[in-house]
Design a protein around this ligand. Structure first.
Ligand code: FAD
Length: 504
């Protein structure tokens, strides 16, 4: 461990304080993976404890406040079809909705929504609190308890010890997290949040292999200082969609616009003045980042021939002036970020609320997992989300859902659920992870799915709701919705078979 991070360890664990409860499933971390895991297991009847470092940051969107997009939108619809909550919560909190790829065939259509980041977290917390099978505890888990290669509970930083029949670990970017802005670096799991210590070292001592990855995020800007007249407006779709098949949510009637602008050679020259101090170029960050979500410094380096890069200016919510500068992820010194931003059309007077930064964190090679996401080394211990080397809320939520389902099924002595590659993008995701592993942050693409023509976002309910219902996760009303849809489709097809219309 980096010695400069040791200052963050404030609790010294001596004698654990035992609690009487024995939980079926203990979920560690309330990010996108942890929330889906806790909700799924609890809905399926398991008694769940959700332990997270900070109750104020449940389901926090660490990077941009958007769900879905190409291949990721399909995953959200699959989560929803199985009975997960990410789709419903996105619908309830969205401020803009777009169906991407509408110029292509139906299989490529991909829903994407911009959410209000604060409302997104609030809705998730509300849903979890409404589930009486879920208990909460705020602290950092520092140790996993095992007996004869089987997990039996967790110990927290303040000394509390909880017993569980299974544990789902979803620590995201927090394990030994180290934040970089220019030459400054400090421990943190996200900006202004502590890193998590202890677990990596302990898991290594139990035979696990860990690695290091990195990711980054752009600066957030005061929208009052931007000149939107110099940018191109990007409105939401007029067509009305929702993510959820449940019928519980409604399409938006009012949407917030995003805006498009571009970098230019002056911006690139200004950014280059900071390269020497950039942790990516001066060797302080050695780990691999998401190739398909490059930083602005990576973009101008790798695509030196391009004289501009697109920037999407995205509002962070309904009631805030804060905006997210999509396409400008950076860990350059904050003064360079500020100067370069002001050379972008519309950003001449831009003020930064929060500078962009990069973060390095530990992950565990997912080949150490079974297709159920249970670890091969320790029985009843499951890993889900960024800890498995993935990137993205959707990928994390999907794994959390499957880990929560399988932890619950196992404690109920039922058959596990493993989705196949021809059944779901979620099947492709987990199959790729556990059999191939990953050397760089893994994100989903339609090209990874050999059955992508049949894995459409609009048929996720037909593919998965019967499965979600059978395991006790999808509600009866979801099955009724599906039956009505299938019967209406049959009627229409019959009608078309029987009806002929002359060209006139
Ligand atoms: P997280 O959302 O990180 O949640 C982890 C949770 O676990 C937190 O609640 C934390 O408090 C809790 N926790 C951690 N350790 C412990 C412990 N020991 N005890 C108790 N609780 C614990 N994704 C993209 O798709 N594109 C991007 O451009 C992108 N950029 C990013 C930039 C940054 C700076 C960061 C931090 C993330 C970025 N991501 C990006 C990744 C995205 O945020 C994650 O993929 C997603 O949030 C992972 O979800 P998760 O549930 O695995 O973990």
């Amino acid at each position: 461990m980096d010695p400069k991070n040791q200052a963050h360890i404030i609790f010294v664990y001596k004698v654990p304080r035992e609690t009487m409860n024995i939980y079926d499933v203990i979920v560690v971390g309330a990010g996108h993976a942890g929330c889906e895991a806790a909700h799924a297991a609890a809905t399926m009847g398991s008694k769940v404890l959700l332990v997270t470092m900070n109750m104020e940051t449940i389901a926090k969107m660490s990077c941009n406040p958007a769900m879905g997009g190409i291949a990721k939108g399909q995953i959200i619809r699959e989560i929803d079809a199985l009975g997960g909550m990410s789709g419903i919560i996105t619908d309830k909190t969205m401020i803009q909705f777009r169906m991407l790829n509408r110029s292509k065939g139906f299989a490529m259509w991909s829903p994407r929504a911009q959410s209000d980041r604060w409302r997104f977290s609030e809705e998730w917390r509300l849903i979890l609190e409404q589930n009486s099978n879920i208990d909460f505890f705020q602290d950092s888990v520092t140790e996993i308890i095992t007996e004869s290669n089987k997990v039996t509970g967790v110990v927290c930083g303040m000394g509390n010890k909880f017993h569980g029949r299974s544990v789902v670990l979803t620590a995201g970017t927090f394990l030994n997290g180290l934040i970089h802005i220019g030459r400054k670096n400090f421990g943190g799991g996200r900006m202004a949040e502590k890193s998590s210590f202890g677990i990596t070292a302990q898991l290594e001592s139990l035979g696990f292999t860990s690695g290091r990855m990195k990711t980054g995020t752009p600066p957030r800007i005061d929208g009052r200082t931007l000149n939107y007249e110099l940018m191109e407006e990007q409105k939401g779709d007029e067509l009305k969609y929702t993510f959820s098949f449940s019928g519980q949510t409604k399409p938006l009637t009012n949407q917030r616009s995003c805006y498009i602008t571009y970098t230019n050679n002056q911006v690139h020259d200004m950014l280059r003045t900071g390269f020497e101090d950039s942790p990516m170029y001066n060797g302080s960050i050695k780990s691999l980042g998401p190739r398909y979500c490059p930083s602005i410094e990576d973009k101008i380096n790798r695509f030196a021939e391009r004289d501009r890069h697109q920037i999407f200016v995205e509002p962070e919510g309904w009631n805030t002036v804060e905006v997210y500068v999509n396409g400008f992820s950076t860990s350059l010194p904050d003064d360079v970020q500020q100067k370069a931003l002001r050379l972008i059309p519309g950003f001449e007077k831009a003020k930064i609320f929060r500078p962009g930064y990069a973060i390095e964190y530990d992950f565990f090679q997912p080949t150490q997992l079974e297709p159920t996401l249970e670890t091969k080394n320790i029985q009843n211990l499951y890993f889900a989300g960024q800890i498995n080397g993935t990137t993205g809320y959707e990928e994390a939520a999907a794994q959390g859902l499957m880990a929560g389902i399988n932890a619950s099924l196992k404690t109920q002595n039922k058959e596990p659920l493993v989705l196949q590659r021809d059944q779901a993008y979620i099947g492709v995701l987990i199959d790729d992870l556990v059999y191939k592993g990953t050397e760089e942050p893994y994100r989903m693409f339609t090209s990874r799915a050999e059955y992508r023509i049949s894995l459409r976002q609009d048929n996720a309910d037909e593919r998965l709701t019967p499965i979600g219902y059978k395991i006790g996760l999808a509600s009866h009303s979801r099955i009724q919705n599906l039956e009505s849809k299938i019967s209406a489709t049959k009627q229409l097809v019959n009608h078309l078979h029987k009806t002929s219309v002359s060209p006139e």
